[in-house]
Write a protein that binds this ligand. Structure first.
Ligand code: GDP
Length: 316
């Protein structure tokens, strides 16, 4: 790619999907020259980013995430929004294949001129996937997407990371909440700003019960002085029922919570995280790997406490 920064910036800012796809590919590359180019591009477009509603979305496989995103995304795109869908799937790093954000899962949204769908990048540790997703959000915003949906599979690994890069977090659940609540990790419930009982069409009375139970659980989890009290809704991604109410709630949230402050806090935490990584990498370069292995082995067999081992390593 000849000077990609120069050749991508204008079309990206003009909203070209092709340029956006190329820019994201560049930011996912681990080749040092690509990394440098991606960072230059990001710096160039950063002033144009930040103007979207960023929605994280999770739920166990089969709950209806892709159907829901397609329904919500189509409604938004048809009413003049530009919608980007990104996926975070740490399991794709292990399997080598992406099971999320797969374009065939959202056939109508994929071909909508106002939508952009990007599957989860394959390969790399969760930290790397999180970094690339943050960068992809920035690039989508610079390309004029005003709604960014970040999908993650509800198994508890990537939700915290996605919650830390989005404005609000939506948890999809099923009408059989009794069983469902046990399957959802409490940690994920605590992250949720909006819970949606999906597939309400399959068993309406059960969906109402599930909504009531969720509401009670969310109330228990939310501190009294919280600026936002998480909401429990019902919807059917298949029939489209309840989808407009989900979007109304997102807008309520955006009008209630100080998003600028939230993003400042998130940017700060993001900086801390990158700094920790950079310091660790720099430290590792100067480290005596043999000594590290030795000390770790002594800690493993109980000859040293972990505190002693680390103290010896740090004292050189
Ligand atoms: P994901 O794995 O969470 O992305 O789930 P999918 O969106 O692929 O949905 C799994 C299955 O549930 C598909 O067969 C969908 O058609 C179906 N489904 C999704 N949402 C609904 C819904 O609201 N009602 C009904 N009846 N089926 C749904």
């Amino acid at each position: 790619m000849a000077d990609p920064v120069h050749s991508l910036t204008s079309p990206l800012l003009a909203g070209s999907r092709r340029a956006l796809a190329k820019a994201i590919t560049l930011s996912e590359s681990t080749r040092p020259e690509h990394e440098a180019q991606a960072q230059a591009l990001l710096a160039e477009v950063l002033p144009h980013a930040g103007k979207s509603v960023r929605v994280g979305l999770t739920g166990v496989p089969g709950v209806g995430k892709s159907t829901f995103i397609e329904a919500l995304g189509m409604a938004l795109a048809d009413s003049g929004h530009r919608v980007a869908v990104l996926a975070v799937d740490p399991s794709s790093a292990r399997t080598g294949g992406s099971i999320m954000g797969d374009k065939t899962r959202m056939p109508r949204l994929t071909v909508h001129p106002s939508a952009f769908i990007r599957p989860s990048p394959a390969g790399g540790a969760l930290g790397g996937v999180a970094r690339r997703t943050r960068e992809a959000i920035t690039l989508c915003e610079a390309a004029g997407y005003d709604v960014v949906l970040v999908e993650t599979v509800g198994v508890g690994q990537s939700e915290t990371q996605v919650a830390a890069m989005t404005d609000l977090f939506v948890l999809l659940t099923l009408p059989n909440a009794g069983d469902e609540l046990q399957g959802i990790k409490r940690g994920i419930m605590e992250l949720a700003d909006v819970c949606v009982v999906n597939k309400a069409d399959t068993d309406p009375p059960a969906a109402v019960r599930a909504q009531t139970e969720l509401r009670a659980a969310l109330n228990l989890l939310t501190p009294h002085d919280a600026p936002w009290r998480p909401v429990a809704l019902r919807a059917s991604a298949l029939t489209g029922e309840g989808i407009p109410e989900v979007w109304d709630t997102v807008q309520d949230y955006a009008g209630t919570v100080d998003l600028a402050l939230k993003r400042r806090v998130q940017n700060g935490l993001w900086f801390d995280e990158l700094l920790r990584e950079a310091v660790w990498r720099a430290f590792q370069r100067g480290l005596d790997a043999g000594k590290l292995r030795e000390l770790r082995a002594e800690v493993e067999v109980g000859r040293l406490t972990a505190v002693q081992g680390v103290a010896r390593l740090m004292s050189g």
